[in-house]
Write a protein that binds this ligand. Sequence first.
Ligand SMILES: O=C(O)CCC(=O)C(=O)O
Ligand SMILES: [Fe+2]
Length: 375
Amino acid sequence: MASTITDSVTKQEARSTAYLQSRLNTTLTDDTFTIPIIDISLSFSDSLSSKQDVASQIRNACTTSGFFYIANHGIPSSTLGTILHQAERFFGELSREQKEKLHIKTSKYGYGWEPSEYTSIAGDVETKEGFNFGYEEELDKSGGDGGYRNLDGSVGKANQWPKEEDLPGFKKGVGEYYGAVLDLARHLFKLFALSLNLPENHFDHMTTHPGGIARLLYYPAPKSAPQPSKTPSSAEEEEIGLGAHSDYECFTLLLSSSTPGLEILKPSGKWHRVSYIPDAFIVNVADFLMRWTNGVYKSTIHRVVNRSNEVRYSVPFFFSINYEEVVETLPTCLQEGEEPKYRPIGAGEYILERLNATTKDGAGFYGNGNAIEST
Ligand SMILES: O=C(O)CCC(=O)C(=O)O
Ligand SMILES: [Fe+2]
């Protein structure tokens, strides 16, 4: 698809100090950079003031580090365990040949099996391997409203699932998790609306058939011995699991195995290594929310480096609005006389452009020969 949006940075720019610095919250210091744990249990009550209380904690996190944990979110441990188990099975039980049949080069949207060398966010050689899939009505407990379109506006099933006989129960296990995390994302979006002093149902009409890409990610233990004494900024010498980036959509709900690896860019330009909290999700603001709020909510740069001797699995869920919607700065987020910093974008079109930019020369997934060459 011809690209019409020019907001993506090139891989070269994405690695530059200037770009990384430009995304930092310079009103903070590293000491005031925190990732709070927000207990959201009271947000499930009928009390508006309880919901507003949780929403104001969310606002604090979004205007500072852009990252927070959520605890007591209502998704049972067993469901979290199921999806991590399915990730382990996908990468451990399928043969190379079975995975090749699901290669993302046969998808216009990057759905399916993503071998590590095929994509790179910022031009690094990345060690991650992935399995990506998008929204399907049958995965949505609400059933959707029949209006779902693919990222490019087309109609038709786009996911590439392993054959049932190759990995029995995989789609069922993955689907159980997807349905639960989608419900939670819709709930959180109401809290985000309240956090912006909007009615809690402000975004509801935009999420009747929302885009929501989920990834199962596998990060092998590093080949070279872990070098914890290195300065956190010497990225070139580290084995990068996933290069430095911001997420594209509204916000991300991240689940991971207990092996740490996520690192967030601090105001000083150093990397904060995120701790693992059992049963909690990490939530981060992504670029749609940055654009709606004219940059008041921080879509903070992060990356993954596995410094342990263990494999790491993670499952990010990138919650979007309906792909045909337009993301445009909210008038309520502009001070008098203030101009929007970002121009309006089509949700699906923007995400597709950002995804395509991760392939070689930004050529897109579809077809052959797009694998990133080692630099
Ligand atoms: O694997 C992780 O912990 C983070 C993944 C991530 O940032 C992403 O896929 O956008
Ligand atoms: Fe991310």
